[in-house]
Design a protein around this ligand. Structure first.
Ligand code: ADP
Ligand code: ZN
Length: 219
């Protein structure tokens, strides 16, 4: 049966990497508000210009904007279920998500809490780059492309670094996470939806831990 899950965790926890795997392995649909906002800004729209400045500083975009983006996607539906990546990030967004899913006659099945060590985040994020064509994620030290400047997955040369993957913006992103997003851990724990996973483990074992939750192998 199709399941809807949230990947919850600080920047650099590996939400995007795991979301991509779930898409490939299970036909789920990744809804990354970060990706949607980056798309909006590259389209050069008025909204895009407003969010670009906020994002580059590492601050959160307004709830109204991201809820609007997510609402459209939920309305379109997904047979394989949704992976919410980087959303919700505030209690208001969490309430809105519950209401949006309910209006489609569906619910949230699990919230995966991706636990990491803050010191590791800085290292992970400051070496990060992605493929602009297929979204594959790489890292200077831990996961470089096989051929420098060429995406392993699709052969594209369009490798990019994010404007907010600097140490300064990352400090703000972490503060935003602890002030506004981490309360969601308690919120979903109280609802009985929370499943902590050790996100410091290597990629395959994180994927296995998430699969175990999805397949109902953990309590
Ligand atoms: P990361 O999880 O690595 O910080 P994302 O790609 O999820 O990266 O988000 C990048 C930026 O986009 C955030 O720092 C924020 O400015 C904006 N953003 C993404 N999702 C949301 C959201 N749900 N609410 C508010 N702002 C968001
Ligand atoms: Zn690629």
């Amino acid at each position: 049966m199709a399941k809807n899950i949230i990947l919850l965790g600080p920047p650099g926890a590996g939400k995007g990497t795991q979301a991509k795997r779930l898409e490939d392995d299970r036909g789920m649909v990744q809804l990354s508000t970060g990706d949607m906002l980056r798309e909006a800004r590259s389209s050069g729209s008025e909204m895009g210009r407003r969010v670009a400045e906020i994002m580059d500083k590492g601050q959160l975009v307004t709830d109204e904007i991201v809820i609007g983006l997510i609402a459209e996607k939920i309305e379109a539906g997904s047979e394989g279920g949704f992976i919410f990546d980087g959303f919700p990030r505030t209690l208001k967004q969490a309430d809105a998500l519950g209401a949006l899913l309910a209006s489609k006659g569906t619910t949230l099945d699990a919230v995966i809490e991706m636990r990491v060590d803050d010191a590791v985040l800085v290292k992970r994020i400051t070496g990060r780059y992605t493929c602009g064509q297929c979204g594959a994620v790489y890292h200077d030290e831990t996961r470089p492309t096989k051929v420098a400047g060429t995406c392993d997955a699709c052969g594209s040369h369009d490798l990019r670094r994010r404007a907010d993957d600097t140490e300064e913006a990352l400090t703000t992103r972490l503060m935003e996470y602890y002030k506004k997003t981490s309360p969601l851990i308690g919120y979903y724990y109280a609802k009985g939806d929370l499943y902590p996973v050790d996100a410091l483990a290597e990629m395959d074992s994180v994927a296995r831990a998430i699969a175990a939750v999805l397949d109902g192998e953990t309590a």
